[in-house]
Design a protein around this ligand. Structure first.
Ligand SMILES: Nc1ncnc2c1ncn2[C@@H]1O[C@H](COP(=O)(O)OP(=O)(O)OP(=O)(O)O)[C@@H](O)[C@H]1O
Length: 588
């Protein structure tokens, strides 16, 4: 494998001999330098391992890919994986086994577990309460966060009722939380909380400290700005065990505050490490894009365009729109001027629905509870090359859930995740997963009526032999797989033929890069419930908020061409902002 070129700054990160924090601008080659360090250190240590942890599966895959033919570094004693996987494997599982005498089952999110949607007695005509609306503390106590209760929970009286019965709701959530923990079902959130809880107790510390010290010499943390309270607790513990901590990140790319990642706490931890480095060369983007990044940064780094794109003179393009379907044609016209093709472009938005509308599709979530619709929609998504990995996952999940509902009619599934339910009914999770993909991809809803497609789904399911699991009879299939309502059917089948530019949420493309980015700012901008400010207020006022950092992450994915598609209502403001911050731009 060719060793990639490194700058002096990158080389300093590779060769450092003490715990450190490296602050880097976008495109600084953090991944390149971190992987070089990981390979070097794994080669040096012959007894203890080196761990490289990141926050998303995509980032982890990228690191694995860059390790090339050095496959030995991906095996014990070394570790390359998500921070959650590290916490599961090396902290929570050993302590859980000690406490409960069995291994826990990890599920990705509480949403995968039915009992995390619950009702209080006599709630009337409201939606069920959801775990996602609560913050849990390390002892499982629940705190209802009213900002997360959606408006469509119920009418004004229902919202008042919830306010009055807050304690009752919190107690119910607390009880369900512990029931799930005892049943061995842990979401990533629960596992993080348990890690924090246990790491604060001397008895558990004494069990883990010698194990971890014997296993790891160093832990390298990618995207360190995304560390939340629990991850920082883990890092503090590792450091106290004598393990070297190398953190690499960009504070301005911290966009996970909803799960308590706090840039200030990360800064505080980082300032306690003996070493500090800064990487300010952007190898990814043109000077105009670097200027856009600078206009959104909180001021700690001074970024400079380097490498091949430092001579690209293309300004940032501002595209005004009043209807979302005007965005794609305008963006394609601009891209054409710079010889960029459709596949070079990526539409990015804060909310999935905004980007999806701009690209001309229907959000996966719009399938609602109709299983036939979910299968049709998933088929369009999986067949399309434009669908990003996160949306694919969601689509397959919906189909998997639909199929599972037909196989678990007489079984209590409320407190268990997908893998545990599969185990109970005796179906291999992988078999169900590939069946879900086959079902969605194999049946094409294009040009079919909703009734005809629903009948096809039922026939497909009726023909499967699930071995020991009783196959659902035709009346059950008829009840579970009804034809969806006409209006939604029309919009989903239409979407199958539309999207021409890929789209994703900003959170879905962290760490990635694209020749051209279309950043969409819709008519309705979310106002922060505490400050009342929108992202444009934050940008103008220089407020370092997560909303502003989301814009920064989005813009900084672009290599050559950044297009801001802004609703007409806000376009003058954005143009004035770019002007006042010295960002070369052109209004189209
Ligand atoms: N020393 C170098 N010489 C030439 N190109 C480089 C160098 N270092 C990095 N690059 C290139 O710059 C781009 C950005 O690198 P990389 O993705 O590693 O940055 P990053 O710091 O992880 O970015 P971000 O945090 O914004 O996702 C990549 O295309 C990479 O190949």
């Amino acid at each position: 494998m060719n060793t990639p070129k490194l700058t002096d700054g990158q080389r300093a990160l590779v060769d450092a001999e003490q715990s450190l924090f490296a602050a880097a601008c976008p495109g600084a080659g953090k991944t390149r330098a971190m992987v070089a360090r990981f390979l070097k250190r794994a080669g040096e240590e012959n007894r203890r391992g080196i761990a490289l942890v990141s926050f998303t599966n995509t980032a982890v895959e990228e690191v694995r890919r860059r390790c090339g033919d050095r496959v030995e570094v991906l095996c014990a004693p070394h570790f390359v994986g998500t921070f959650d996987a590290f916490i599961h494997r090396f902290i929570v599982t050993p302590l859980y086994v000690k406490a409960f005498k069995r291994k826990p089952d990890y599920v990705r999110s509480w949403q995968d577990i039915e009992s995390t949607r619950f009702r209080l007695p006599d709630m009337g005509r409201t939606r069920s309460l959801e775990f996602d609306w609560f913050d849990f503390s390390a002892d499982g106590r629940a705190h209802l966060n009213s900002d997360r209760v959606p408006r469509d929970f119920g009418n004004a009286e229902a919202h008042r009722m919830l306010k009055r019965r807050r304690k009752e709701a919190e107690n119910a959530a607390h009880n369900i939380f512990w029931r799930l923990v005892r049943a061995g079902t842990l979401s990533c959130e629960a596992a993080r909380l348990m890690a924090e809880f246990w790491l604060n107790r001397p008895e558990e510390q004494n069990v883990l400290a010698p194990l971890l010290h014997a296993r790891f010499a160093e832990v390298i943390v990618d995207e360190a700005q995304d560390c939340g309270r629990e991850e920082l607790r883990v890092l503090r513990f590792l450091r106290d065990c004598g393990i070297r901590i190398v953190m690499v990140g960009d504070m301005d790319q911290s966009i996970y505050e909803f799960r308590q990642s706090t840039p200030a706490a990360v800064q505080d931890f980082a300032s306690g490490l003996p070493g500090r480095l800064t990487l300010e060369d952007n190898w990814r983007s043109s000077p105009a894009i670097c200027a856009f990044n600078r206009s959104l940064r909180s001021g700690r780094l001074v970024e400079t365009a380097r490498g091949d794109r430092s001579i690209v003179q293309t300004p940032v393009h501002l595209i005004g729109f009043s209807k979302p379907n005007q965005i794609v044609p305008a963006a394609l016209e601009v891209a054409e001027q710079y010889k960029l093709a459709v596949e070079d472009l990526m539409i990015l938005s804060y909310a999935e629905a905004t980007g999806s509308k701009a690209a001309g599709g229907v959000p996966v979530d719009d399938s609602g509870s109709n299983r036939v619709l979910a299968i049709a929609n998933a088929g369009f998504r999986l067949r399309s090359r434009e669908t990003d990995a996160g949306t694919r996952r969601k689509a397959i999940d919906q189909v998997r859930r639909a199929v599972l509902s037909a196989l678990t009619l007489d079984i209590e599934t409320k407190h268990h995740g997908f893998a545990a339910i599969c185990e109970r009914i005796g179906v291999e999770p992988r078999r169900l997963e590939s069946f879900a993909v086959r079902l969605a991809v194999g049946l094409d809803a294009t040009g079919k009526t909703r009734q005809a497609f629903a009948a096809e789904v039922r026939d497909f399911l009726a023909a499967v032999d699930w071995g020991d699991v009783p196959s659902p009879d035709s009346s059950t299939l008829g009840r579970l797989f009804r034809a969806p309502p006409e209006e939604v059917w029309a919009s989903v089948t239409r979407s199958g033929t539309v999207p021409r530019i890929r789209h994703s949420t900003v959170h879905g493309v962290k760490g990635m890069e694209f020749p051209g980015v279309v950043l969409v700012l819709p008519e309705r901008l979310k106002a922060d419930p505490t400050t009342g400010r929108t992202v444009l207020d934050d940008w103008e006022g220089g407020h370092d908020t997560e909303a502003r950092r989301v814009l920064y992450v989005a813009g900084s994915r672009a290599q050559e061409l950044l297009m801001c598609a802004v609703h007409r209502r806000h376009i003058d403001r954005v143009a004035a902002l770019l002007g006042s911050k010295g960002v070369p731009h052109l209004r189209t």
